[in-house]
Design a protein around this ligand. Structure first.
Ligand code: ACO
Length: 428
């Protein structure tokens, strides 16, 4: 679109709307004045054609399978960077020099502990509570404990809240796991890396020293990088929408966690592994492919397809490689991995999947790796939430400091009854 404005004709009237260009990607038509001028809304359920904000954080070209954070390709970040460095990059806009990175890591490590009373809060949950239920509750409850970082108009408080959320998420997730298996909570150990600390709090016990395996630590760090941010996805948009009303950051991230929980979003990695286990053997793949293609069967191949990627999800490429590394290192021969690889090949060559441009997404292989590391499936989405917290807080900060920011308030196409008079119950 080369024009700087587009014309919209409604009946005899015509209206001009500016076309805005970003640094890369499709132009957008600025329809903010549409309703005021033309008395119509646009209709876009699921926001498939709607840009809800300006953002400098993450760029996705779904057709080309490109994902950039602040301009850097995800493959390069996963290969060469660390989760802490990517967190700094997303929050601050540039890769840090060593001194700034060290300072950032130090700051995050100073916020890893939870208020001691929160341990009591955990004990209010049933033992069999899903970790995401605990995460929603505990993260929301942080606002009751950290009053000194809930003034969203103070940039300093916003940054402290952001650091707290990033730092405390591993502790919160590990405690959710420990609680579910009846083991004591482990306090963080700040001499360990962000990821090493999380692994120890999850798999360590007070009775024995815990040695962090560098291969697992590196794989886990990579998984965190791959999940750190993903543009205006459902949970990020939820965080922004919740934040647009001025809600405090802990409440906003709790809202994001709730949205992430769903099987069409963050819950897909749990669903993908459950599906691979259910298939169990490559011989049964055709049966499941047939079900996925059957219009009358609600079954979908979990870990396949994406709202934005109509090509191989670049994160899935890294994930597949990491799965091989982890399984090799652990000496695990997991039949589920064989099913995954074969299913991928069959689906990629099937006309249904080719036509609909359905490719493996980030969740297709992540479950195989996480399961090999020792996480139960119920923890998968909690790990996603842990990593995505970085993106959520970066997006939330960007939104709060955006002068164009307004409370989010979509409109609707009303299809209910028109005005009618109330009828008393005995006359109905
Ligand atoms: N298996 C079989 N068919 C599929 C699949 C799938 N996994 N995904 C989409 N389709 C089909 C749909 O039936 C539909 O067919 P139709 O046009 O004949 O009706 C077509 O492809 C388009 O599907 P939509 O649901 O309209 O696409 P949308 O962009 O809304 O959905 C989504 C994307 C939700 C991710 C979908 O592909 C899906 O449900 N995948 C499985 C769940 C999953 O893996 N989610 C993880 C997403 S990544 C993340 O959150 C990190």
């Amino acid at each position: 679109m080369g024009d700087t404005s587009v014309k919209l004709a409604i009946g005899d009237n015509s209206f001009d709307y500016p076309v805005l260009s970003g640094s890369v990607g499709p132009d957008v038509i600025d329809i903010r004045k549409l309703y005021g001028q033309a008395d119509v809304f646009t209709y876009d359920p699921g926001f498939t054609s709607t840009a809800s904000c300006r953002s400098k954080l993450t760029y996705i070209d779904g057709d080309a399978g490109v994902l950039l954070h602040r301009g850097y390709p995800i493959g390069q970040l996963a290969e060469n960077s660390s989760f802490m460095e990517v967190a700094y990059l997303l929050l601050n806009g540039e890769l840090p020099v060593q001194q700034d990175l060290d300072k950032f890591i130090y700051t995050i490590s100073r916020h890893t502990m939870l208020h001691e009373q929160l341990a009591t809060f955990y004990r209010g949950f049933r033992r069999d509570a899903h970790p995401m239920a605990i995460m929603c509750g505990v993260v929301g409850a942080l606002s009751a404990f950290y009053h000194d970082s809930t003034d969203i108009d103070d940039p300093q408080q916003r940054m402290i809240a952001s650091h707290r959320l990033i730092a405390k998420m591993p502790t919160i997730a590990a405690m959710a796991y420990k609680y579910s298996i009846g083991q004591p909570f482990l306090y963080p150990k700040n001499e360990l890396s962000y990821t090493g600390n999380f692994l120890r709090m999850t798999f360590g016990v007070p009775a024995e020293p815990y040695e962090v395996d560098p291969v697992i630590e590196a794989a886990m760090d990579k998984i965190f990088i791959l999940h750190a941010d993903h543009e205006q996805n459902a949970s990020t948009s939820t965080v922004r929408l919740a934040g647009s009303s001025g809600a405090n950051p802990f409440a906003c991230i709790a809202a994001g966690i709730a949205c992430l929980w769903g099987p069409a979003h963050g819950g897909a990695n749990e669903a993908a592994l459950n599906m691979l286990r259910e298939i169990g053997h490559p011989d049964r793949i055709p049966e499941y492919i047939a079900r996925a293609k059957n219009k009358d069967d609600p079954f979908r191949l979990m870990g396949f397809g994406h709202r934005v990627y109509k090509n191989y999800d670049p994160r899935a490429t890294v994930m597949q490689k990491t799965a091989t590394e982890v399984l090799d290192k652990l000496g695990v021969t997991d039949p589920v991995f064989d099913v995954a690889r074969e299913l991928e090949q069959i689906a990629l060559n099937d006309p249904y999947f080719i036509e609909k441009k359905l490719y493996p997404n980030v969740d297709f292989y992540s479950g195989v790796i996480l399961s090999a590391i020792g996480f139960p499936t119920t923890m998968f989405t909690a790990l996603f939430a842990l990593a995505r917290t970085v993106g959520w807080v970066a997006q939330w900060n960007e939104m709060i400091s955006d002068p164009e920011q307004k409370i989010g308030r979509p409109r609707q196409l009303y299809t209910g009854p028109t005005q009618r008079d109330y009828i008393p119950v005995d006359k109905r």
